[in-house]
Design a binder for this molecule. Structure first.
Ligand SMILES: *Cc1c(COP(=O)(O)O)cnc(C)c1O
Length: 403
């Protein structure tokens, strides 16, 4: 059919333009900006230089020369594509070596490396539970976990964010024999950390499996950045066969992809049963090489995390005097994610726009991504930020807080 041929008026496809227009009216149309790196946290956005506070590259590793050189050498050794599923010819020696490094880094028996985080969550949950089973999901969990729950066809029980008493009640009431509790380890819009020991204790009491998504904790929390589970003291000798740990490699690790880690048998099961593992092309070896370099830096360059922590302290101390004056709330967080809750949608957008006019890019996050009345600026800090960068942000917010 020629592209200029009209669709019949009755076709559902003919409604798409109106539906897009409705998104415009509700100010819900999403647009993209084309971005290119400058120096540090400075980037070009649609040709305009901006200082960004919105990247998940929390340690500034995405452009680190060690990673770039490792990727370049990886491309020379392996080419740029993996050529197939890991079940056929895609499981390179580089990917195999990365899996061993990942397991050692997070101090769990075995790891499995996936090409993307979203696909990992969306397909690992259906490999664990099915119709007749039950999955218990924190109300603030990431979309990929929510989709994984839906795809599994298990009975989905959503519990109020962090409410262990409510979770206990739901677990007690569930007749399912196979129970899975899923939670972000660090919540992506608030920056707070789940009560991992509390969740694990409930899972032990109810014979459930606990799956933790540590997308925002790996590299940031725990000794040497080994993640939220290590920070909770539940790795190595203390590791539980009831925990499935998942983390993305696209945030602090600075590259892309993800992995799951846990007991030998659990990981072997997922290797057998996870559809996005079996039926997707393996990640290119050059990425595994870059990730090996990333793990080495996390382990041996504590200055990266120290720099991030210094920026977090600087921001929180600098914002304190503004809070009383404005009614803004800074959510408790010692992670790179600092949520400045403004409340009103329009106020959050105005603040974002005011910052943009001052050369700063801080995203406003509105419902339904966050709860009604909690529109916010999501300030993402990084080891790539300098002290002056954070001072600029504080000065701009101070100006905007003064009517
Ligand atoms: C980003 C993110 C994912 C998805 O990972 P990708 O690597 O971006 O596909 C999954 N879970 C959480 C909590 C995330 O923040």
């Amino acid at each position: 059919m020629a592209m200029n041929q009209a669709l019949p008026h009755s076709s559902w496809l003919a409604e798409l333009p109106q539906q897009l227009a409705a998104l415009d009216t509700q100010q819900l149309r999403r647009t993209r900006r084309s971005v290119a790196p400058l120096q540090g946290a400075h980037i070009l956005v649609d040709g305009q230089p901006l200082l960004q506070f919105c990247s998940n590259d929390y340690l500034g590793l995405a452009s680190h020369p060690d990673l770039v050189n490792a990727a370049r050498a990886g491309a020379q050794d392996f080419g740029v594509g993996s050529g197939g599923s890991p079940m056929v010819s895609g499981h390179s020696t580089a990917n195999a070596a990365l899996e061993a490094d990942l397991a050692r880094f997070v101090q769990l028996p075995r790891a499995l490396y996936f090409y993307a985080g979203f696909a990992t969550n969306a397909s690992v949950i259906p490999a664990l539970v099915a119709a007749g089973d039950a999955v218990f999901s924190d109300s603030l969990n990431h979309a990929s976990l929510i989709d994984g729950c839906r795809l599994s066809r298990a009975d989905i029980q959503r519990y109020p964010h962090g409410d262990l008493a409510a979770l206990d009640t739901l677990l007690t009431a569930s007749p399912a024999r196979r129970k899975l509790v899923v939670s972000d380890a660090v919540f992506s819009m608030d920056g707070n950390v789940a009560d991992i020991p509390g969740l694990l204790a409930l899972c032990e009491r109810h014979d459930a499996l606990l799956m933790l998504d540590d997308a925002h904790g790996l590299g940031v929390l725990g000794p040497q950045g080994r993640g939220s589970l290590a920070a909770a003291g539940l790795t190595g000798e203390q590791a539980s066969p009831r925990v499935l740990y998942m983390a993305t490699l696209s945030k602090a690790a600075g590259v892309s992809g993800a992995f799951v880690a846990g007991s030998e048998v659990l990981v072997e099961w997922l290797l057998q049963k996870t559809r996005s593992y079996t039926f997707a092309t393996a990640a290119p070896a050059l990425l595994a090489r870059a990730l090996q370099a990333s793990l080495r830096l996390m382990e041996h360059e504590p200055v990266l995390r120290a720099r991030l922590q210094a920026r977090i302290q600087q921001l929180r101390a600098g914002l304190a005097p503004l809070l009383a004056r404005t009614g803004w709330r800074l959510l408790p967080s010692d992670t790179a994610i600092q949520a400045l809750v403004v409340g009103d949608n329009a106020a959050a957008l105005a603040l974002m726009e005011g910052l943009r006019q001052r050369g700063l890019w801080v995203p406003a996050i509105r419902p339904p991504t966050v709860l009604q009345g909690t529109a916010r600026l999501r300030i993402a800090l990084s080891a790539a930020h300098t002290e002056d960068d954070v001072e600029l942000l504080l000065a701009a917010l101070t100006e905007l807080a003064t009517p």
